[in-house]
Ligand binder design. Sequence first.
Ligand SMILES: NC(=O)C1=CN([C@@H]2O[C@H](COP(=O)(O)OP(=O)(O)OC[C@H]3O[C@@H](n4cnc5c(N)ncnc54)[C@H](O)[C@@H]3O)[C@@H](O)[C@H]2O)[C@H](O)CC1
Ligand SMILES: [K+]
Length: 440
Amino acid sequence: MTRPILTAAAMRDAEAAAPVDLATLMEQAGQSLAEAASRFAGSMPALVLCGPGNNGGDGYEAARFLVERGVAVRVAALAEPATDLARAAHNRWTGPIEAFDTAAPAPLLVDCLFGTGLKRGLEDAVSQRLCALAGEANLVVAADLPSGVEADSGAILSPVPAADLTVAFGALKPAHRLMPAMARTGRLVLADIGIAASTDWFELAEPVLPPIAADAHKYSRGLVHALAGTMPGAIALAASAAARSGAGYVRVSTGAPIAGLPLSIVQTGDAKLSDPRIGCILVGPGLGELPHFLTLALTSRAPKVIDADAIALVGDPERLRGQDAILTPHAGEFAKLFGDLPGTKAEQALAAAAHSGAVIVFKGPDTLVAAPDGRLGFAPPAPAWLASAGTGDVLSGIIAALRARGMPAFEAACAGVWRHGRAAERAGPSMIADDLVAAL
Ligand SMILES: NC(=O)C1=CN([C@@H]2O[C@H](COP(=O)(O)OP(=O)(O)OC[C@H]3O[C@@H](n4cnc5c(N)ncnc54)[C@H](O)[C@@H]3O)[C@@H](O)[C@H]2O)[C@H](O)CC1
Ligand SMILES: [K+]
């Protein structure tokens, strides 16, 4: 089940369109926060930090519900409530309210200072106090977002303590799945508070793969044709990953035999891209400066995955329009092909997809999958040990296989990114790309 992702503005629209009034939404948010916090921290004495806005309002509500759960709760306010909603929640809290600057630490810290309304970095004194209180706590729970994080970009506007748990209200925000904020959220719980979050933006989840028909044959299971270049090891990793990802037949055209390839992967001296049975062409891993291979791939009507060196050879993104292409750039390759696009990584990925007509897998510690029609998938956190040579080649092979198995381009890219991350988890921290193939 995918989790929806909304920007701060889209969130406000969804709240306004909700069938219940905002006070009820805030009460539901507070109740969800209290439930998640007490499930996570048990009856640890809690200090709830309330900011001036509605994030603070959530905090006053959560404090009330934590008391009902028998938790010893103290509330500290950064400032008087600045919204009617927060003021009403503040007034429903009947306990004492301490000053933020002098409140003593507690084992459980609940951060309700700022959420999607953060406009700028916190004042230094506020940021330092928040980090000090977090440092003294056993557990830190963030309401909606850790305070100091910018909801739409994932930027950290001032030092942010790492939350152990973040409770997102109504929908995830881009910051929950974009770096550097993603590394500060801890476990991420989505609280349903009664709003309809209909959106084309979502967090990737376990895909449903095409079934293998009882009467399948190697062509119907998908033929991937990979074009080797100057560094055969990379295309060998990609081709092996394609075979391990369920392609019925993987063929590598190469100028010289490639040692170490599984015998089931056919090596041929002839590119033969006119073969109508090709389910997906894969070009780029280890290609080197061989532009004619990219041109050859672009003359074929077959779906294609364009990765690594081939991305650098595209030149004009318009060349990809109508090509049924999936492009898999990392940040450097993205910037080189699309230039310095404005906006957040999410907006950049969508702009590139619209500009090129291709599905864009914008790789990184936070990988996004963008379709020209506006759909945007955000990958859940993947192990940092994926940052090693050859793992990108493996990803391109997985995606090519899923495309050849009949998944549409966007879905194949989303599924490939998700499976790549889970394979890395199985392979463990000492993995190299070869182990990643074995873990598929
Ligand atoms: N998702 C839902 O359905 C609901 C979400 N809710 C919560 O509301 C916040 C957003 O509330 P908002 O009032 O817009 O913003 P914040 O509470 O994040 O705070 C903004 C507040 O603080 C001022 N401010 C902004 N930056 C700074 C700064 N660096 N220093 C000082 N002051 C700052 C700004 O002017 C505002 O006054 C959302 O995250 C949820 O937690 C509601 O519960 C409704 C349901
Ligand atoms: K917060």
